[in-house]
Write a protein that binds this ligand. Structure first.
Ligand code: GUN
Length: 289
């Protein structure tokens, strides 16, 4: 293997320690930051994520408030809960785990969250602030991806960045973050005409499409930095699914200069950034930023 491995677990552990120190400082000043996590329904992957979020919130010394609602919850009931959390002074961050059941409109729910408590950074106010470079809360997975990039290359200015995937959760905010770093940004997606050629231009390649190992070694420019956001479960004969990213790791790691593994790359950064966003929200809301 030629590429340097970008160790997301280690970078995330360091970030969590920094967050824990900030929380301890706030607690000494009489402020205990609190994160409310809302889970609607029984989606298995969502339950796993929420369990990790709750555990890590408590581990860094913050208060965790969990709200589990049945799958047949009405939109009005969820909106009423959000309204209560918006006005609850113990709550600094609100996270509604996606996806939501089909009777609930995601956008209406995300718009109902007080932007100052929107630690996912999905409210249009925060999306707009990221797009205009005027502050706001940045979505956790793109933020974690940027921190990993910066752990191997501090100055990204002028580099060609290609993001594959145009979701609101990763692709679009990642494009804004990299523009903010003065990269030349291209967003490729399922309808792009020649994705391999687009990828081959990239000094920085961010894969966020959710298709197992779609990005091959031959698509990667020599010495590129590769950030793999994909987490895909592949069935195996042994029964236990294997986790793979959107990048064919063995091939890509012979071409790239640095690459994130799956698991152990971007994944651990997402929750660490959620904790960071929650502390930041707690500070800002109290004028301590
Ligand atoms: N579901 C998958 N990723 C996310 C995320 O980053 N935030 C929330 N709220 N739900 C998700």
């Amino acid at each position: 293997m030629r590429a340097q491995l970008i160790d997301g677990k280690a970078v995330a552990a360091k970030l969590r320690m920094a967050v824990a120190a900030e929380v301890s400082d706030l607690v000494k000043r009489g402020v205990k930051p609190g994160l409310a996590v809302v889970l609607v329904g029984e989606d298995v992957a969502s339950q796993v994520y929420v369990r990790s979020k709750v555990k890590q919130t408590v581990d860094v010394g913050m208060a965790s408030l969990e709200h589990r609602l049945p799958a047949d919850t009405s939109e009005a009931t969820l909106l009423a809960l959000i309204e209560r959390l918006n006005h609850d002074s113990e709550v600094d961050g609100i996270l509604v785990q996606l996806p939501l059941p089909e009777q609930i409109d995601d956008n209406r729910v995300l718009r109902a969250i007080d932007p100052s408590k929107d630690v996912d950074g999905f409210h249009p106010i925060n999306v707009g602030q990221l797009a205009t470079g005027t502050g706001g809360i940045v979505p956790c997975t793109p933020l974690g991806s940027l921190l990993l990039l910066k752990s191997v290359c501090n100055n990204l200015a002028g580099l060609d960045a290609v993001i594959v995937g145009r979701s609101n959760i990763v692709g679009k905010p990642m494009a804004q973050l990299l523009l903010g770093e003065s990269c030349t940004v291209t967003v490729g997606h399922s309808r792009s005409r020649d994705l391999p050629a687009i990828c081959r231009r990239a000094d920085i390649l961010v894969a966020a499409v959710g298709r197992p190992e779609i990005i091959r070694g031959a698509w990667i420019k020599p010495d590129a930095i590769v950030i793999d956001v994909g987490i895909n479960r592949i069935p195996t004969a042994a029964g236990k699914p294997r986790l793979v990213g959107d990048v064919a790791f063995a091939e890509a790691s012979e071409v790239a200069s640095a690459i994130t593994p799956v698991p152990g790359g971007v994944g651990p950064m997402t929750i660490a950034c959620l904790l960071r966003n929650t502390v930041e929200a707690a500070r800002r809301r109290r004028g301590l930023a």
